[in-house]
Design a protein. Structure first.
Length: 321
């Protein structure tokens, strides 16, 4: 989790490829040479969908064992597969690496509960990503074979939550996708005013858009306007206090800038307040705080309280099953 929000990596790696598939495009058939775990998972491209499968969603994860971001995405993907399995969610992770490398990775991560497959001569990766090297890359595909979202793993949880509570709008996401491309171009050209303007347009359409948030923070940090970045995070938290991603953005921020380390315990209290019934969020934040601030005594008590509450919720959940 701790590197999900390293903004500088996004700038160095984020490549919009003219031949890459994007939101509202039709999905293409997966070319798989071998299913290694929990497969095969058919996408039924070009086939009639049975009535009982019409609400299925497929999350295609293009990944590589060599990538630290891919390795760190495993707990999130495991959690989401567990959370939405009964709703018809199928996560499919496809790697273009050789079988031995991926099998070794699976041996190291027996907790993986989603499908894992080997790309056939890189055809799946090339069909979806073109020549982009940004991994992991996520595509959400509905039962009608339409790509309803494409993006980064750090935003997947928020998007799935919107989809399953019927607050996700593909037509809005299509507009956002174009703004995101324009934003990336403006950032590369050094047009700071245009970058801020475009990020505002995206956040007007989607206040929880992770890409716009990370790009805006990059601009402030690159300009050494650290106070503006801090104020920006808090303005977003006021608008969307239940956006889990923002709390980890804030965690990353306060851990990277010593003058803000003092807010670590305050962050734990915020999470306890807004996510008192979310065991996964409480556990992840406690882990993040203890990892980032292992020698800060002020963090121990609130982190322990988060863990205690998470254990209570987990125990109650087991009793109700």
């Amino acid at each position: 989790m701790k590197k999900f929000f390293l903004i500088i990596l996004l700038i160095n790696c984020y490549i919009f490829n003219a031949f890459a598939l994007q939101t509202s495009d039709k999905a293409v058939k997966l070319k798989i040479s071998k299913w290694l775990k929990n497969g095969p998972i058919p996408l039924r491209i070009g086939k009639r969908v049975p009535k009982n499968r019409q609400k299925d969603l497929f999350v295609l994860v293009l990944w590589g064992a060599w990538s630290p971001a891919c390795r760190e995405s495993v707990p999130m993907l495991v959690y989401l597969q567990n959370k939405y399995r009964d709703k018809g969610l199928n996560i499919i992770a496809v790697s273009r690496e050789n079988t031995e490398v991926v099998e070794k990775f699976l041996d190291e991560h027996p907790e993986i509960n989603y499908a894992v497959a080997i790309d056939d001569a890189s055809l799946t990766t090339l069909h979806y990503l073109g020549e982009s090297r940004l991994l992991p890359r996520i595509y959400i595909i509905d039962a009608e074979n339409e790509i309803i979202w494409d993006g980064e793993v750090s935003d997947l949880s928020v998007i799935l939550k919107k989809i399953y509570n019927n607050s996700y709008d593909v037509s809005i996401q299509k507009k956002i996708a174009q703004f995101q491309q324009d934003l990336e171009v403006s950032l590369r050209s050094g047009n700071i005013k245009e970058t801020i303007k475009l990020s505002d347009k995206i956040l007007m359409l989607d206040p929880e858009n992770g890409f716009a948030i990370r790009m805006r923070l990059f601009v402030y940090e690159n300009q050494r306007q650290i106070d503006k970045a801090w104020d920006f995070i808090h303005s977003l938290l006021k608008k969307t206090p239940n956006n889990t991603m923002l709390y980890f953005v804030k965690l990353d921020f306060i851990s990277r800038f010593p003058q803000y380390n003092k807010y670590s315990s305050e962050l734990a209290e915020e999470v306890k307040k807004h996510f008192n019934n979310d065991s996964q969020m409480l556990n992840n934040m406690a882990w993040g705080l203890l990892t980032r601030f292992p020698f800060d005594g002020k963090v121990l008590q609130p982190a322990a309280e988060c863990i205690q509450r998470a254990m209570e919720l987990s125990a109650a959940d087991k009793d109700n099953k």
